[in-house]
Design a binder for this molecule. Structure first.
Ligand code: XMP
Length: 535
């Protein structure tokens, strides 16, 4: 029925399970991913209901699932039709396990088909909003009103219920929009999306009433379990951590420090490419408030020397990444030895880099184009205490650990720093000019109360001079662009409609207070076609 992973894969999984919640007392539910764009959203909604869950690929073996000791299984939606060639199948272990199952959309069709019902292409395809009429308030719809608006997105429907199943709800086009067969429940609509009314209640009913979960997954329980787990993993060895001042590495540092105190050595590399006040904040928080063994390396000169006369953005990124690794390695050697390297890898990184089969669950080092991406041949064992958390959970954990809002709510800042916001050559002088303009942008947008509504806001220094007039003098100085965008995930973005008065104030202050800038422009381009950064 299941394929057994090879021996080496087994040990990789064993290592993984030691880092995951399942080895503890927390109730767990498994979400099997059949390819829906909403699968991650299901996982997030389950976590919001204080039930721990992990996403596994649809072909996960029972061994992979059993290590999590789940109390229930959720089958996600997916783009396929069940009778298509190569459509993903329901693994045999799902029904054999006797666990409660919730099938969403494609998951419903798989369940109905496996239980002996009939599924066919719908005559009227329901896509988007639909009205659901509830027939049975027994379990999953308990406490809900008679009719609710739900979100459908599929071309199939159940034409004959499985022999032992009962209908729970219907819609105009679908007599069996929800069904149950004992503790096997299917929904044709998506309870995880915001357009479905009471979607959270429906999921909660499944988790609490059908699976019997207690809701014991909280930031507090996560911290408590992680502290134990980190202590078990690390023993009395030393741990090295690259602290960038961003949310992920900061929370990882605070959590590991809580577990092992001075055995942790966070290293903060000041590349000289940071925004005003950033290096000071990191020192204040981690050295002074948390009393960590912070190693602060001022590598400004090393970076500036290598960046002199480099104007190509990709070369800048490469040089900065490479120099960062050199500085980090030098520091690790100086301060070492260390057995472990800690990283602030998050769950979306793990999911995105995982191959499609669970038998090869990924243990990846966060690389991509970022500074802090470390070479794979570093001789450390990894500890990644956040690898099963979503970003908002990381923030909550950070707050509970006592990190200040300016770190927990920090906006994304590119690893190569201000170097990709200075078009053309990066010099100490141009960095100082940009830093001062950027500080004004940040100050004014925050003072206007827009700091959290806007995803990213910053200044960019252009390699263009223009003419101006100040008092009786003509000036010929740099142009500064202001960028402020709204976004959900940085994949797409829109320019923020900042109030004109605020734009006027920004422009005024920058031109008056920052020597070397005599013109300010506002970037009104969305992404796509533009990117968020200018380089
Ligand atoms: P773009 O400019 O590609 O940016 O629309 C998307 C998001 O990624 C950030 N960004 C980077 N982050 N290293 C990073 O760590 C980089 O080289 C880099 N370039 C862009 C950017 O700030 C935005 O949040």
């Amino acid at each position: 029925m299941t394929t057994r992973p090879a021996q080496s894969e087994h040990s990789e999984l064993a290592e993984q399970s030691d880092q995951s919640e399942a080895a503890t007392r927390t109730d767990t539910v498994v979400v099997l991913d059949f390819g829906s764009q909403y699968t991650q959203l299901i996982a997030r909604r389950v976590r919001e209901a204080h039930v721990y869950c992990e996403m596994l690929p649809h072909d996960a073996s029972w061994d992979d699932v059993a290590r999590l000791q789940p109390k229930g299984i959720i089958l996600s939606g997916g783009p396929s039709s069940i009778d298509e060639a190569n459509a993903p199948q329901l693994p045999g272990w799902v029904l054999a396990s006797k666990l409660p199952v919730l099938g969403v959309c494609y998951g419903l069709y798989l369940l109905a088909d496996a239980l002996g019902g009939r599924v066919a292409a719908a005559t009227a395809r329901e896509y988007g909003p639909a009205r659901l009429e509830i027939i049975d308030y027994g379990s999953i719809f308990s406490g809900l009103p008679e009719g609710i608006d739900v979100w459908m997105s599929h071309g199939d429907q159940i034409t004959a219920l499985p022999p032992d199943a009962v209908p729970l709800a219907r819609s105009r086009n679908s007599p069996y929009a929800a069904m149950a067969c004992g503790n096997l429940i299917g929904l044709q609509f998506h309870p995880e999306v915001v357009h479905t009314q009471f979607g959270r209640d429906i999921l909660r009913n499944f988790l609490y009433n059908v699976c019997g979960c207690e809701g014991n997954w909280t930031a507090e329980s996560f911290i408590q379990d992680s502290v134990e787990r980190i202590r078990r993993q690390v023993g009395d060895e030393r741990v090295l951590l690259g602290l960038s001042g961003g949310v992920d590495s900061s929370v990882a540092a605070a959590l590991i420090h809580q577990a092992i105190g001075k055995q942790l050595t966070p290293v903060f590399v000041n590349t000289g490419l940071l925004r005003a006040g950033e290096a000071e904040t990191v020192q204040d928080v981690f050295e002074n408030a948390f009393k960590m063994n912070l190693v602060y390396v001022d590598a400004t000169e090393r970076f500036l020397k290598r960046l002199a006369t480099v104007s190509d953005p990709e070369r800048k990124r490469k040089i900065i990444g490479d120099e960062f690794i050199r500085v980090f390695e030098d520091t690790a050697t100086e301060q070492g030895p260390f057995k472990f390297l800690a990283q602030g890898t998050l769950y979306p990184d793990v999911i995105e880099s995982a191959p499609s089969s669970a038998s090869k669950t990924a243990v990846t080092i966060k690389t991509h184009h970022n500074v802090g991406g470390l070479p794979k041949d570093l001789k450390f064992e990894l500890t990644e205490p956040l690898r099963f958390l979503f970003k908002d959970e990381v923030r909550e954990v950070g707050r509970l650990l006592g990190l200040p809002e300016e770190i927990v709510e920090r906006q994304p800042f590119p690893g190569p720093g201000l170097a990709v916001r200075i078009l053309g050559d990066v010099t100490a002088e141009r960095l100082e000019t940009l830093r001062r303009a950027d500080a004004i942008v940040r100050e004014e947008i925050e003072a206007a109360g827009l700091g959290t509504a806007i995803w990213q806001f910053f200044a960019v220094l252009l390699p263009v001079k223009s003419t101006g007039v100040m008092g009786d003098y003509r000036t010929y100085a740099d142009v500064c662009a202001v960028r402020a965008i709204t976004s959900e995930d940085a994949m797409t973005a829109d320019w923020a409609r900042l109030p004109h008065e605020l734009l006027a104030k920004l422009s005024n202050r920058i031109v008056n207070e920052v020597a070397g800038i005599n013109r300010v422009v506002y970037d009104i381009t969305s992404k796509p076609p533009a990117t968020i950064e200018w380089e």
